[in-house]
Ligand binder design. Structure first.
Ligand SMILES: C[S@@+](CC[C@H](N)C(=O)[O-])C[C@H]1O[C@@H](n2cnc3c(N)ncnc32)[C@H](O)[C@@H]1O
Length: 425
């Protein structure tokens, strides 16, 4: 008898998919980003699906984040297509996939370290942007400027991109924002004053140790696009994708995970010439990325519209205060449009894997998994398999953000992996 996917995934046992004791390792460790997926779990899922389907040569992640899924897809030699609106997510993923220039990196490092020493001693002009002094201590601004100038001097673009990635974690670490939330939230003054400055030492260490995480390059094609996935998918051909595997945002970034606020300080330090920024508005202020992300743009006509393509959502909305309904409707309007596009670009008979979390608003569960299932079934997909897994506490701070009028927003403790198949025509 042919085993189906659900049987196969279940056969490993109840707790297998929790991947509880797993530490972030290898290439996945080179930079931090919010809500990173568990690489060995994505690896196993992709492996089983690729082996059982037998007709997958490309993988598409329309919300690639730090690139966990694409990096694992790369290990199976699949052609990669990824989109993310956040230029930092894009840079980190690019570096993980393209690696470093092995012929030049050791010489480049030597020169980089000499420049760090030279600039540290030579009173260079400090980098500046609006409110820089609010978010960084003066000595930190100087040392980060030294690193920035030394990276700009590097001639090889691949190596520069690698250095920016190494620098990005340190920018957050040595900033005046708290590490307990992804939002920008100023630390207590005493903590700012007492912070030790080991930036340059930490940077050298990061550059040296991360090199060993890179693997040999594969010849598959890798297409990474910085942009709004709805817009970008609009340009993609129908029925062109073999396999979609993604974790879309669970709610608008501003009130769930603030990927943009997490990234903006790094983006303001990195030389713009080495970033892909499709729209200058994205780095116009500290929360612009979140506002321009899925569900962030408020469309006044939506709150009036009652044309919601999910009864599950309609019933949940009835239990939620009017002012919060607006934001939820707004998010789902964008979300359904995105899912529609994902279905359109997927080849008939092929699979789409969505990892989804149900957040709470007004202490009511927004059942993103049930809503997505209902919407996809109504749009010609069938549920092939489903996994409900616990999320390790270590992956997310207990509170992902703090929202005015709402208070601290707790992170979720479980997520659903929904595997759907598009019907044959
Ligand atoms: C749940 S994360 C992806 C997590 C990722 N799988 C990982 O391993 O880190 C969602 C991503 O969606 C991106 N995003 C939000 N709105 C977007 C949009 N309209 N277009 C493209 N990307 C968007 C965010 O920047 C974020 O990186």
């Amino acid at each position: 008898m042919k085993t189906n996917l659900q049987q196969k995934l279940k056969s490993y046992g109840k707790t297998y998919w929790n991947f509880e004791q797993i530490k972030r390792d290898g290439i996945h460790k080179i930079a931090n980003y919010p809500a990173m997926m568990v690489a060995p779990m994505q690896h196993k899922l992709i492996e089983d699906i690729v082996n059982m389907e037998g007709n997958i040569s490309n993988i598409f992640d329309p919300f690639h984040g730090s690139g966990t899924t694409l990096v694992e897809g790369n290990r199976f030699g699949l052609d990669l297509i990824g989109i993310d609106i956040n230029p930092l997510a894009n840079l980190i993923t690019k570096v993980k996939l393209q690696g470093i220039n092995k012929d030049t990196i050791y010489n480049s490092n030597e020169e980089l370290f000499l420049n760090l020493k030279k600039y540290k001693e030579s009173n260079i002009e400090a980098h500046s942007f609006e409110k820089i002094e609010k978010w960084f201590r003066n000595d930190v601004i100087y040392d980060l400027s030294v690193i920035r100038k030394s990276i700009i001097d590097e001639k090889d673009k691949k190596n520069r991109e690698y250095y920016w990635t190494c620098m990005s974690d340190l920018i957050r670490k040595y900033s005046n924002t708290r590490s307990s939330t992804f939002k920008l939230h100023i630390k207590e003054e005493s903590k700012i004053e007492n912070m030790d400055n080991n930036i340059i030492k930490d940077f050298i260490n990061s550059v040296e140790t991360n090199i060993s995480s890179f693997e040999s390059e594969k010849s598959n094609s890798k297409l990474l696009i910085q942009g709004d996935s709805l817009e970008v998918m609009g340009e993609m051909e129908a029925d062109s994708i073999d396999f979609i595997c993604t974790s879309p945002p669970y709610g608008d970034n501003g009130t769930t995970v603030t990927y943009g606020q997490f990234s903006i300080l790094s983006l303001l330090w990195i030389d713009k010439k080495d970033l892909t920024i499709s729209n200058d508005q994205l780095i116009k202020n500290f929360s612009a990325i979140d506002t321009l992300s899925l569900g962030g743009r408020i469309d006044p006509s939506i709150s009036k519209s009652d044309n919601i393509p999910s009864m599950t959502l309609v019933n949940i909305l009835k239990t939620i205060s009017i002012d919060k309904q607006k934001k939820i409707k707004n998010f789902f309007n964008d979300y359904f449009n995105v899912i529609r596009e994902m279905i359109r670009v997927l080849k008939p008979g092929h699979l789409m894997v969505l990892t989804l979390g149900n957040r709470r608003v007004d202490n009511k569960e927004i059942k993103l998994d049930e809503i997505t299932k209902e919407f996809c079934i109504n749009n010609g997909l069938e549920v092939e398999a489903e996994i409900v897994r616990n999320i390790s506490r270590k992956r997310m701070p207990a509170m992902v953000s703090h929202v005015s009028n709402v208070g601290p927003v707790k992170s979720m403790n479980s997520e659903t992996v929904l595997i759907l198949r598009k019907g044959e025509v």
